[in-house]
Ligand binder design. Structure first.
Ligand SMILES: C[S@@+](CC[C@H](N)C(=O)[O-])C[C@H]1O[C@@H](n2cnc3c(N)ncnc32)[C@H](O)[C@@H]1O
Length: 255
């Protein structure tokens, strides 16, 4: 098994346990107040009408939906859709003429998301099982890729951004909320896969993150906001500063 497979396995184990109710939060027992509650992340009125389970399974670190500027009829892809909260919020905005695809690798998360979709009677949302490093999505069909607290978990962020560029239409855009750092984790801390799966040690320096986006072909990369995530991630000796950042960018029209 490669180390990337091992990371996927640990991450899937963790989110499978959360979805099936045997672990209660996205972050670890050691974190002081892990993963903000959805009420802190989203404007309260946005959550009205969502199933209680969906809101309870929100594991993001920001709100990528509000800054996405979604328009009726758009095709949206959510990387690491989890319980589906951002897909359901996006579905309201793109309407019946639009379409939302959520991709997640964890079967128990997909089950929860599909159960909520059925309960809400939504026909413009679908969930697909797959890894964000090899998206089960055709080339050039997506208007906007969103993601909330997921890319930090990937062992191959370069592959993720390459896949995002591939599936976006020319001129398409991204709206990401994610954990990033200023500075890097030591190799010893990086090797802590439990902390990796808790959205901590997989996070990379924000300059490296945006550099990988640029290398993949993105332009107009903007850090919309970047707030200290020390209420989300307990700071330990040797750790870089950790932030929750929201980032937007565009695929060139000519690509
Ligand atoms: C912290 S949760 C965030 C879920 C959701 N975006 C939200 O805001 O509630 C991370 C999710 O990403 C999924 N995930 C993590 N790494 C992944 C990967 N490499 N490929 C596909 N899904 C992944 C996990 O299964 C989990 O559901």
């Amino acid at each position: 098994m490669t180390s990337n497979d091992l990371i996927h396995e640990k991450v899937q184990e963790r989110y499978g346990a959360i979805a099936s109710g045997s672990t209660s939060s996205c972050c670890g027992e050691t974190a002081s107040d892990c993963c903000s509650t959805p009420v802190q992340l989203y404007e309260p009125e946005m959550l009205a009408g969502l199933p209680v389970d969906t809101v309870g399974l929100s594991l993001g670190c920001g709100d990528p939906v509000t800054i996405a500027g979604l328009q009726p009829g758009e095709v949206v892809l959510d990387l690491g859709s989890g319980g589906g909260i951002d897909c359901f919020l996006a579905a309201r905005q793109v309407g019946e003429a639009g379409h939302v695809i959520g991709v997640d690798m964890t079967p128990a998360m997909l089950e929860k998301a599909n159960a909520a979709k059925t309960r809400m009677g939504l026909t413009n949302v679908e969930f697909r099982q797959g890894q964000i490093e090899a998206l089960p999505v055709a080339d050039n069909i997506v208007d906007i890729v969103m993601s909330n607290c997921v890319i930090n978990l990937s062992p191959d962020k370069r592959a993720v951004f390459g896949e995002v560029i591939r599936v976006l239409k020319p001129g398409g855009r991204v709206s990401i909320s994610d954990i990033v750092t200023e500075g890097e984790f030591s190799p010893e801390l990086r090797a802590d896969l439990a902390q990796w799966a808790e959205c901590v040690t997989g996070a990379i320096d924000v300059e490296l993150y945006t550099g990988l986006m640029r290398e993949a072909g993105f332009e107009r990369i903007t850090i919309v906001d970047k707030v200290a995530a020390e209420d989300i991630v307990e700071r330990k000796e040797g750790m870089p500063r950790v932030y929750s950042a929201r980032i937007t960018a565009y695929k060139p029209q000519s690509a």
